[in-house]
Design a protein around this ligand. Structure first.
Ligand SMILES: [Zn+2]
Ligand SMILES: [Zn+2]
Length: 207
């Protein structure tokens, strides 16, 4: 019976760690990354990811940070919850942390497969191309819903310069027909015209 309770306890602690990651993901992205406005290293890297599209911080930096987080969390969690629960909590947290890193990269580099893949890409690219103040969660929308920053994406306008490789049909250079109900390409000329229109309406508003 003791063994059953130990397993149940460890599974609950691992689930707690996983849930803890989802909050960390939101907090890092929104409050450190965007509200940080380039004043911390994470924010600098994240804003660069936004402006370049397919740029990610070097993998060895990400691995070092992950090792540091695990190395700090494990002894603290073991001290607070005992060795088994502490190790399970840290494992749940780290598994989701690494899963997030893999998922985020794949959203940019690989086409969607299945419902979750389609949702995760639309949710994330709405954040990239429509409004960086919303949809901070990458693996789950739960904290965006809690903090009122969740928006259900419609058709996403993707700037030509930042278009994901998987989005485009190499034969036409336009959005692949499989994704045309979710995305549309915005050409440089269209962006120029939009900027011109914005300038004119701003000038009229102050006149
Ligand atoms: Zn991204
Ligand atoms: Zn962002």
């Amino acid at each position: 019976m003791d063994a059953v309770w130990m397993v149940l306890g460890a599974l609950s602690a691992a689930a707690g760690g996983a849930f803890g990651w989802t909050f960390t993901e939101y907090a890092l992205h929104n409050w450190a990354g965007h509200k940080g406005k380039g004043r911390n290293r994470f924010s600098k890297d994240h804003l660069r990811h936004h402006s370049k599209g397919d740029w990610f911080a070097p993998s060895q930096d990400k691995a070092k940070l992950a090792a540091m987080v695990a190395g700090t969390m494990l002894p603290v969690a073991m001290l607070a919850m005992g060795w088994l629960l502490g190790a399970a909590f840290t494992t749940g947290f780290m598994a989701c942390y690494i899963g997030y890193e893999v998922l985020h990269r794949r959203l940019h580099t690989h086409p969607p497969k299945g419902r979750f893949g389609r949702w995760a890409r639309k949710n994330h690219f709405h954040h990239h191309f429509c409004d960086p103040q919303v949809n901070h969660g990458v693996t789950t929308p739960i904290w965006d819903r809690v903090f009122g920053t969740h928006v259900t994406p419609q058709i996403i306008p993707v700037p030509e310069r930042l278009a994901m490789v998987w989005l485009l049909d190499p034969a036409t250079g336009d959005v692949h027909k499989d994704y045309s109900h979710d995305y549309r390409l915005v050409t440089r000329e269209e962006r120029r015209q939009q900027a011109r229109r914005k300038k004119i309406s701003a000038a009229l508003a102050t006149a």
